[in-house]
Design a protein around this ligand. Structure first.
Ligand code: CA
Length: 235
């Protein structure tokens, strides 16, 4: 899942970026409101963390522009403890939640997970597909109760696929939601990662959960009772 942090204070921005990266998210930072609007318009982020006090355009203006352009991306606002008015205005403008500064990273992480659950079909912290399960709090994955050892990117990819279970995802959509700008992306990176991930989650004799859709991309599906594998083109 990919998150945009719009915050001009370098220390706070890098503290959030570091923490969220450790929580397996792809993170981009915009240092002012104008750049924030631009980045949020160009890329489909899964959530936005938005500071209110920003140069060029303040956070409330950023929020106003995003919502009036039709963006429904969940927004967590960062406000000063004293400014009740900012919080009220922000919520009325379409912010989904707010956090007052200073805050503990654990709380920010929990609020981000909560925001991501709102847009997901899965409302619990445990995401499942067949006998595969993903704990979004501890970032551990299991198949049939057995833990699977995943790298950060493999986990991010699996989380994105499982959150969008049943939906066919193009390679460019996967890239937008799993990789940040700073990540050097080669043209076949998605295929390489999907292949690696499949190798790790596949269990002998069990149906594969990640299907290839020729010419489009990938889809994660619940295993069905009939053994139709006609969509797979890379067995
Ligand atoms: Ca600020």
């Amino acid at each position: 899942m990919r998150i945009l942090v719009i915050e001009d204070e370098k220390k706070v921005a890098s503290f959030i970026r570091k923490g969220l990266s450790e929580e397996m998210y792809a993170v981009d930072v915009a240092g002012d409101g104008e750049l924030g609007v631009q980045m949020a318009t160009e890329t489909q982020y899964d959530a936005i963390i938005l500071d209110v006090m920003l140069p060029k355009k303040d956070g409330l203006q950023v929020l106003r522009e995003l919502r009036s352009s039709g963006s429904a991306t969940p927004v967590l606002m960062l406000t000063a403890r004293a400014s009740t008015q900012d919080r009220v205005t922000g919520l009325d403008l379409g912010a989904d939640d707010y956090l007052t500064k200073p805050f503990h990273f654990e709380e920010l992480a929990a609020r981000v997970r909560s925001l991501l659950r709102r847009t997901s079909t899965e409302k619990t912290t445990m995401l499942t597909c067949g006998d595969l399960s993903l704990d979004t709090v501890t970032h551990r994955a299991y198949r049939g109760g057995k833990e699977i050892d995943l790298t950060t990117k493999e986990y991010s990819l699996l989380e994105y696929l499982i959150r969008n279970k049943g939906r066919v995802l193009s390679r460019s959509l996967i890239q937008q939601h799993v990789w940040s700008y700073s990540f050097d992306t080669e043209s076949n990176i998605i295929d390489v990662y999907v292949k690696r991930l499949r190798g790790k989650i596949n269990d002998e004799g069990k149906q594969r959960l990640i299907r290839s859709i020729r010419g489009v991309g990938y889809v994660m599906r619940e295993p069905d009772t009939d053994s139709d594998t006609s969509e797979d083109d890379d067995e």
